[in-house]
Each structure stands twice: as structure tokens, then as C-alpha cells.
Design a protein around this ligand. Structure first.
Ligand code: DX5
Ligand code: ZN
Length: 219
């Protein structure tokens, strides 16, 4: 079953404990944390203290997406947190294979992400063989509530092909503008995990669980 990863960026932050409790018992659910440093992307969200507090208030798997210039600092300083995924961007001036290998020591899955404008060829065979997850950005990272870029569908299909060719087994996660109208095409293209902020917390219904259920409908 497709994993849904609600992006907490769109939740009611002043009542985050209540928001987390609503999602606590949902199966096949991750919690997507968008960490933005105001440098890799213009926006700033939250960092260590909030990540730590969230981890104490939920048993759901934490799906962390680091939109930061210096991912190594976060790898080195967040060892105490138990992550399901720890995803960094290929555009940072770092050795991705080295960092992904390092991430495997602190997180169940090591993820690599790329901006919509970055060619898929930036993900070398070595990167794809090392990572456990590729996070395809379907909007320009930095803000929630943007529209899904349809060109992402072909990128997902290409990644499925490369995964087959390489005999690799990374998961494909899609992030940005995912909603109840496009989830069918995204899942059919080969996505294993859907991130959804607005479609869960500000969607058609105020019932988050219903919004999540309708994102899975096409299974
Ligand atoms: C954008 C973030 C996304 C975003 C998703 O930089 O990485 O996770 O919050 O939000 P929606 O689903 O509203 O596009
Ligand atoms: Zn994200």
C-alpha cells in the first residue's frame, strides 16, 4: 500500500500535539518534516529543538527532508533522534555517496532529493545504488501549497526504469502539490510514498483521516 507522509508544514503548529495525536494510529503513514535553513531555500522552518519535541510526541515514523546547505551538520548533530528517513539534496556541495553512507548509521533509510530543475542524471548510478529512497520534488522547494509540476510524472517513470536497470531497490517518494486529483497518476507512474501537506491539513475535508484515505483510493 502507498505510504502517505503528511507534511507538518501545513498543520496547526500551535496545536501540534493534537495534530500528531489524530495521526498516531494511522497505518502506512510517515510524518514529513520539512527542515529549511533560509539559505538552501529562502524560507526557514524549524530545527533541532522542534524535531526533538515532535519525536517525543509520536511513535509514527519520521520522514525528514533537509533543505539545507550543510547536511553534514544535521547528520552529526541529530544522532539521538530515530528517523525512518533522512533525506538530503543532491544540489548541496557535498559528496552524496559519502553522506548517504553516513546517514545509514543514524536512520533506517537514507534519502536523496532533487529540485525540479535538476537533471535526473545528477543522480549517479553510485548514488542510486547507495540510497534507500529518492525524493522527487514536484514543486520548487521552499514553500507548501504550490501546484504539482506535471513533468514530474516522467521523472518518476524514468527512475523506475533506472531502478530496474541497476537492480537497485530504493523507494520513490513524491513531494509537492500532491492532491486527490493527481495522486492516481503519481501512484500509477511508480511512486511508493506520497508527501501531502495542503491536501491533508487544508484539504476538501477537515477530517484529516478522510483526506488521507482518499489519497490512497487509487490503490
Ligand atoms: C516544499 C516541501 C513540501 C511541501 C508539501 O518545499 O518540501 O513537503 O510542504 O506541501 P504541499 O503538499 O502543500 O505542496
Ligand atoms: Zn518536503
Amino acid at each position: 500500500m502507498t505510504i502517505i507522509s503528511p507534511s507538518l508544514l501545513a498543520c496547526d503548529f500551535l496545536n501540534i500535539e493534537r495534530e500528531l495525536s489524530v495521526l498516531e494510529k494511522v497505518p502506512n503513514l510517515w510524518l514529513h518534516l520539512d527542515i529549511m535553513d533560509g539559505h538552501f531555500v529562502p524560507n526557514t522552518t524549524f530545527g533541532h529543538p522542534i524535531i526533538s519535541k515532535i519525536s517525543q510526541k509520536t511513535k509514527q515514523p519520521l520522514d525528514a527532508h533537509f533543505m539545507v546547505t550543510n547536511p553534514e551538520f544535521y547528520i552529526d548533530t541529530l544522532k539521538a533522534i530515530s528517523f525512518e528517513t533522512f533525506t538530503i539534496h543532491v544540489e548541496t556541495q557535498t559528496n552524496s555517496v559519502e553522506l548517504l553512507t553516513k546517514i545509514k548509521n543514524i536512520s533506517k533509510n537514507a534519502g536523496i532529493s532533487l529540485r525540479p530543475s535538476t537533471e535526473l542524471s545528477a543522480l549517479s548510478d553510485d548514488i542510486l545504488k547507495t540510497c534507500d529512497l529518492v525524493l522527487v520534488m514536484s514543486v520548487e522547494p521552499g514553500f507548501g501549497g504550490q501546484s504539482f509540476m506535471p513533468t514530474s510524472i516522467n521523472r518518476i517513470k524514468e527512475l523506475v526504469e533506472r531502478r530496474n536497470d541497476l537492480g537497485a531497490n530504493f523507494l520513490i517518494e513524491v513531494d509537492g502539490g500532491v492532491n486527490q486529483s493527481n495522486c492516481h497518476d503519481i501512484i500509477n507512474a511508480g511512486a511508493d510514498v506520497l508527501v501531502a501537506g495542503s491536501a491533508v491539513f487544508k484539504g476538501n475535508s477537515t477530517d484529516y483521516l478522510n483526506n488521507i484515505k482518499s489519497l490512497r483510493k487509487s490503490n
